[in-house]
Ligand binder design. Structure first.
Ligand SMILES: Cc1cc2nc3c(=O)[nH]c(=O)nc-3n(C[C@H](O)[C@H](O)[C@H](O)COP(=O)(O)O)c2cc1C
Length: 185
């Protein structure tokens, strides 16, 4: 995770677009995969944190099948990170703290949007938002919205090199800590 933090920092410092955007892949219980982009909002000693609706497609899948994969790609840096691991729901405190730090409009969208459900049209969503605004509700985090922490089992760092003889360094978790290996490109 130290190398991971360094690469994230270098991606942010280099000014690339959406440096913290990561493609998150989940799977149904029968193994059918599904991918989408989410934003990395933090990391700690054990894993990567992002926030979402627990009743969304990804939320439901991660709760019933926590195996997942994450991919970062920064073309400008010729770098890719691939992570495989398991997800667990973050503590209520982590979710509260992040929710409360968000702009008011984002809080309202999180409260009113039934993420991943079919809705009749855009107007329906705008009405939900407007009605919420008029009712002067308090902006509390809904219980179905919060964080997941992804605990990596393996992390691969890919660095583009001339002549396509790229570097691939794979860290895999084992009983004693982490094993480091080089993979052929
Ligand atoms: C750049 C970018 C960042 C996004 N960040 C998030 C995020 O942090 N959390 C989230 O729930 N959805 C985020 N989304 C929307 C997701 O890609 C997706 O549309 C949504 O979460 C519903 O996914 P699901 O139906 O598979 O659960 C983001 C989309 C883009 C393009």
């Amino acid at each position: 995770l130290d190398v991971f933090k360094l690469w994230i920092k270098e991606a942010i410092d280099s000014g690339v677009n959406e440096p913290t955007a990561m493609t998150l892949s989940t799977a149904s219980n029968s193994g059918y995969p599904s991918s989408r982009v989410v934003l990395l909002k933090g990391y700690n000693k054990t894993g990567l944190v992002f926030f979402t609706n627990y009743e969304s497609k990804k939320g439901k899948q991660l709760i019933s099948n926590p195996n997942c994969a994450v991919n970062f790609f920064w073309p400008e840096l010729e770098r890719q990170i691939r992570i495989e691991g398991v997800a667990r729901i973050t503590s209520e405190e982590v979710s509260e703290e992040y929710f409360n730090s968000r702009p008011e409009e984002s809080k309202i969208s999180a409260i009113i949007s039934p993420q991943s459900k079919v809705v009749p049209d855009r107007e329906y969503l705008e009405n939900l938002r407007d009605r919420f605004n008029y009712s002067k509700n308090v902006l509390c985090r809904p219980k179905n919205w919060g964080g997941f922490e992804i605990i990596p089992e393996s992390i691969e760092f890919w660095q583009g090199r001339p002549g396509r003889l790229h570097d691939r360094i794979l860290f895999s978790r084992n009983r004693d800590g982490w094993k480091k290996e080089r993979l052929a490109p």
